[in-house]
Design a protein around this ligand. Structure first.
Ligand SMILES: Cc1cc2nc3c(=O)[nH]c(=O)nc-3n(C[C@H](O)[C@H](O)[C@H](O)COP(=O)(O)OP(=O)(O)OC[C@H]3O[C@@H](n4cnc5c(N)ncnc54)[C@H](O)[C@@H]3O)c2cc1C
Length: 254
């Protein structure tokens, strides 16, 4: 993580974007401190902090949107159930609650000089995918594959680009157990020219979609691939697993 600024913000309002996705809009006096270190990346993330001192628990979340004029920072949380810290916190969040975090980090932004943008992810990556689609140049060609539970879980995505979104439905299957994204990307007629790819979500993507893209389809410099969570693991277990994986994160330019 590039910056270590610690900020505390206050919940201003919440919104149910979909049955498993809750938006929390934050603001308050700490916003100016955050704005001073805000990054232009569309996958900017911060480390939320729950608890105090040695018992503090850290959870990683995308900065979905920053509105400098209104003094607001938006985070979209997957509400995946009652286990864990961040998801359950978001389910309970009410105006006036506070949230501490450190950051930001992040490195991806759609390049203006490619022929096609590819986005692949589940709900955890939807905030970064949505922010990236909004940042495309007018007319830029893009295709997104997004795995959600069903039609009710799809959200509105806006972009100045020429975007095709494929919503893939788990239909009640447990998140992180399907091959929907991998199957869909492999069945997709590969576009010609230079493709920049953003592949983030459950850890299986590292073993499925990533090798397919790196097999001569996308240059390493044009791919951002990172696991965002791992089925059956808390973020602590996931971090331990990630450290053992060669190439668990490929960032642009590496
Ligand atoms: C750079 C980065 C950006 C991220 N951005 C976002 C974001 O904007 N929004 C977002 O919702 N998540 C995001 N994530 C994923 C998020 O950090 C993890 O989902 C995290 O584990 C959630 O913490 P928790 O305290 O709710 O659950 P934990 O205590 O970590 O885990 C408790 C249980 O819930 C399961 N679990 C965790 N996440 C999910 C999930 N998404 N679906 C189903 N089961 C799950 C775990 O496997 C575990 O069994 C991001 C991760 C990274 C690395």
């Amino acid at each position: 993580m590039a910056r270590k600024t610690e900020v505390e913000l206050t919940v201003l309002r919440t919104e149910e974007l979909a049955p498993r996705l809750r938006r929390v809009v934050l603001g308050g006096p700490g916003f100016a401190e955050y704005l001073a270190v805000h990054l232009p990346a569309t996958d900017s993330y911060v480390k939320l902090m729950f608890g105090e001192g040695e018992d503090v628990v850290r959870r990683t979340y995308t900065v979905r949107h920053v509105d400098a004029e209104a003094g607001e920072l938006t985070i979209d949380f997957v509400t995946h159930g009652t286990s864990g810290f961040a998801g359950p916190w978001a389910m309970r969040a009410r105006p006036g609650d506070t949230l501490r975090f450190r950051g930001p980090g992040g490195a991806y932004r759609p390049r203006p000089d490619v022929d096609h943008h590819l986005f692949v992810g589940d709900e955890s990556a939807l905030p970064a995918i949505a922010a990236s689609l909004e940042a495309l140049d007018p007319g830029a060609r893009a295709t997104a594959f997004v795995e959600v539970d069903g039609p009710d879980h799809e959200i509105e995505l806006t972009s100045p680009g020429d975007v095709t979104v494929h919503w893939l439905h788990r239909d009640g299957a447990e998140p992180g157990t399907t091959t929907l994204l991998d199957d869909a990307v492999r069945a997709w007629p590969w576009p010609g020219g230079r493709v920049q790819a953003f592949v983030h979500g459950e850890s299986a993507l590292l073993k499925t979609v990533r090798p397919y893209l790196l097999d001569g389809r996308v240059d390493r410099a044009d791919i951002s691939v990172s696991a965002y969570w791992r089925r059956g693991e808390t973020e602590e277990g996931f971090r331990r697993w990630k450290k053992q994986q060669p190439d668990a994160v490929i960032r642009p330019g590496r």
